[in-house]
Design a protein around this ligand. Structure first.
Ligand code: NAD
Ligand code: USQ
Length: 398
């Protein structure tokens, strides 16, 4: 983004795990930040009987605290982005943002598979949020840069003998005139959950709006995010970020860190030979900023960047944490319909070229999350650690 005047950034989903630290980071960089969120994540906690381990404050309290500490104001708009394209278009007209960061989706693969209702909700919420953002941008004519949080999972997790490129795959399409002709196509999608499928469908929407309406779009294919706090959220307990540890919302590293803090065996699903891509929260926030500062030009195809630090097997993650905390490793029947073993290699070349130096799990800054979990261990609901048994609805557990 050019630097002549303060930039304005809308953060859709700015009340969530990745969105909240991103909103603070953008505000700290001197940009005008507006959070747009329907608080659905907080409402789903009420539905399932789950909760962030850290006591997160209301959006109003968080923002008052931020203003008092930093002298900066962040506006908050409660809006269901998937339901109201006119209201979203009105926000774009009002704020004329230089960029919109789009985190506002249902992001749990297990949640997306709980029932037919949850499957449908995930598809409708995620697709309509993305469609409404694209349509509102087109309608408003505001030349904003859309930065979307996608997923490494769009590439699939069946072992392949090539490194996942950044969105596009070069293929040979021979014809009689051009026997060796090469073209680039979107890498084939191979989702492993309804949630991941929604990210694949988002990608198709982006491809259309970039090509047909010249919208400037970056799609960040992000790995599993771990960690709890960033430099800014740790300034006050009232700014604390959410820490999900239950079997529906907790992602694998953070679950293992909470388990280590409680001396609970680490719940490796299956034999732990699933390989996934990972990134620390602070790195994720910094990469979003790098993407914002390096937008595609109007008319460019969607800029895909892989937002990952490293690929590890689940058992590798458990071993790092077990070796340094003494936690036992347990092997739990895998509740997910996924391949028991896969290899995975993902390039992060475009962020490396912009100066990104990844934080690796073995460097140990994860101890901060163990300390947080130890501090709040009395609030852990032990019934939420193991995955639900087949046919059992998570929300029905006592
Ligand atoms: P989160 O659930 O903590 O945050 C998402 C936020 O979006 C929530 O505050 C929720 O209330 C809001 N939201 C959802 N639907 C909305 C709607 N229709 N209108 C307005 N607000 C809505 O999730 P997160 O972990 O912060 O993930 C943010 C994004 O990053 C998601 O799109 C997710 O798919 C992607 N992502 C997350 C991870 C991860 O490990 N957490 C990894 C890769 C990609
Ligand atoms: N797993 C365990 N034990 C656990 C929890 C998970 O072995 O206690 C395993 C799962 O079976 C899976 C792997 O760990 O093989 C990752 O699971 P996860 O819950 O940490 O992550 P995932 O479901 O892939 O989803 C998360 C985010 C999602 C994001 C995705 C990035 O919730 O929003 O898109 O990571 S990626 O995986 O790169 O697609």
């Amino acid at each position: 983004m050019p630097n002549e005047r303060p930039q304005t950034v809308l953060v859709l989903g700015g009340d969530g795990f990745c969105g909240w630290p991103t909103a603070l980071d953008q505000s700290d960089r001197g940009r005008n930040v507006v959070i747009v969120d329907n608080l659905s994540r907080r409402k789903i906690d009420a539905e399932l009987g789950t909760a962030s381990l850290t006591p997160i404050q209301s959006p109003e309290r968080r923002l008052e605290t931020w203003r008092a500490l930093s002298g900066r104001t962040i506006d908050f708009v409660e809006l269901d982005v998937s339901a109201d394209v006119e209201a979203l278009s009105g926000l774009l007209d009002k704020y004329r943002p230089d960029a919109v960061v789009h985190f506002a989706e249902q992001r749990s693969a297990p949640y997306s598979m709980l029932s037919s209702t949850h499957r449908t909700y995930t598809v409708r919420n995620n697709l309509m949020a993305t469609q409404n953002l694209l349509e509102a941008t087109r309608l408003s004519g505001v030349p904003t840069h859309i930065v979307h949080l996608g997923s490494v999972g769009v590439y699939g997790y069946s072992s392949k003998d090539w490194t996942m490129p950044e969105g596009y795959l070069e293929v040979t399409v021979p014809s009689s005139a051009h026997p060796d002709r090469k073209v680039e196509i979107l890498h084939p999608f191979e989702p492993v959950s309804i949630y991941h499928l929604s990210k694949c469908m988002d990608a198709q929407l982006f491809e259309f709006y970039a090509r047909y309406d010249n919208l400037r779009i970056t799609d960040l294919h992000q790995g599993v995010v771990w960690g709890t706090q960033t430099r800014l959220t740790s300034q006050s307990d009232l700014l604390v970020n959410r820490f999900d540890y239950d079997s529906v919302w907790g992602t694998v590293v953070n679950r293992f860190l909470m388990q280590a803090a409680l001396n609970h065996p680490l719940t490796v699903y299956g034999v732990g030979e699933q390989t996934r891509a990972f990134i620390h929260l602070e790195d994720a926030v910094n990469c979003v900023n790098l993407a914002l500062e390096n937008p595609p030009a109007p008319g460019d195809r969607v800029r895909v960047r892989n937002q990952v630090a490293e690929c590890l097997r689940v058992l590798d993650v458990a071993t790092v944490i077990s070796d340094q905390t003494g936690a036992e490793i347990s092997y739990v029947d895998n509740p997910r319909n996924e391949e028991a073993q896969n290899t995975l290699s993902v390039t992060n070349e475009s962020f490396s070229e912009l100066g990104f130096t990844p934080t690796l799990l073995r460097e140990g800054i994860w101890r901060e999350s163990v300390e947080i979990a130890q501090r709040f261990r009395a609030d852990v609901d032990l019934d939420r650690i193991l995955p639900a048994r087949p046919g059992e609805h998570v929300g029905e557990r006592a």
